[in-house]
Design a protein around this ligand. Structure first.
Ligand code: NAP
Length: 276
């Protein structure tokens, strides 16, 4: 397992996503992920599955301290008191005293960023989370948080896969001492039909999804978060540490069209259309 060392923590570079899974499906998927070897789990208040992730963690023989656990403050909980109250509820559901990383799930223009991040920093100082960060933030938002508000952020979790490039945003993340957490690394399934990734994968007896995950792992301080509900696919997505992509493969992937943004909720921020 590749690890990332950042801001005093060492974490597995490959995470397991839990979006769109609830109840027994979610608990089983997390159980299988832990059995297979994942030690980095991503959930969110909005997924309404923290209690299922928590029950899988509690039932697992893997000690809590070996797992890097992330949850996210939902947009509806971005006001200061709601951050504090909802984060404590999250910990109860997750059956743990702390998370490793607490993110703001999406930017919330109606609430001052200083208020939300201030409350999250308070939770950090109380030991309820080891790190704080954001998700789906644009360049000006990161600049506001880090440069103007002087808040140390661990990561920006953004959509990232071979079919989407946000070059300025990537550069901004790294220049602000953050890691890039790549959500939807299989482009929510669209990757599996890509001919270039199929051709690259066939050289190594790997699937397009494995190539897409490996592509992120080849990059410094990048953490892909694939999700699957199927045991064999959870295992497939973990089976990416026995090969690597060469410069030609990386170049071929670089040449793919990079404008396929799949995660576009009505509350998305104004992404920079000229991000290249
Ligand atoms: N911060 C945010 O706003 C945000 C937004 C989106 C996602 N996320 C995080 O990122 C994680 C991953 O994103 P995602 O779930 O949207 O998309 P994803 O991981 O790119 O793709 C998941 C989809 O692809 C399928 N799949 C996964 N691996 C596959 C493989 N090897 N071969 C064929 N199909 C495969 C899954 O189907 P099955 O389940 O049927 O296997 C599922 O439908 C989420 O679970 C969540 O933790 C965060």
């Amino acid at each position: 397992m590749k690890t990332i060392t950042h801001q005093g923590s060492q974490l597995p570079a490959l995470a397991f996503g839990t979006f769109r899974m609830q109840g027994e499906d979610c608990a089983n998927a997390v159980k299988w992920a832990l059995e297979i070897g994942y030690r980095n789990i991503d959930t969110a208040q909005r997924y309404e599955n923290e209690q299922d992730v928590g029950s899988a963690l509690e039932a697992s023989p893997v000690p809590r301290e070996e797992i890097f656990l992330t949850t996210k403050i939902g947009m509806a909980n971005a006001a200061s008191n709601d951050v504090l109250v909802s984060a404590r509820e999250s910990l109860d559901k997750l059956r743990t005293d702390y998370v490793d990383l607490l993110l703001l799930h999406w930017p919330v223009p109606e609430i001052p960023l200083s208020e939300t991040l201030g409350a999250m920093a308070e939770l950090q100082s109380e030991g309820k989370t080891r790190h704080i960060g954001v998700a789906n933030f644009t360049v000006p938002m990161i600049e506001e948080a880090v440069d103007r508000l002087n808040i140390k952020l661990f990561t920006n979790q953004i959509e990232y896969h071979p079919l989407l490039r946000q070059k300025k945003l990537n550069e901004c993340i790294f220049s602000h001492d953050m890691i890039l957490s790549g959500h939807s690394p299989i482009a929510t399934g669209r990757i599996v039909e890509n001919d270039i990734l199929k051709a690259i994968g066939s050289k190594y007896d790997k699937t397009p999804a494995q190539v897409a995950i490996r592509w992120q792992l080849e990059q410094d301080k990048v953490m892909p978060i694939p999700k699957s509900s199927r045991r064999e696919i959870i295992a497939e997505n973990f089976n990416v540490f026995d090969f690597s992509l060469d410069a030609g493969d990386m170049e071929d992937i670089e040449g793919l069209p990079k404008n396929d943004r799949g995660v576009r909720p009505p509350f998305e921020p104004d992404w920079d259309p000229n991000n290249d």
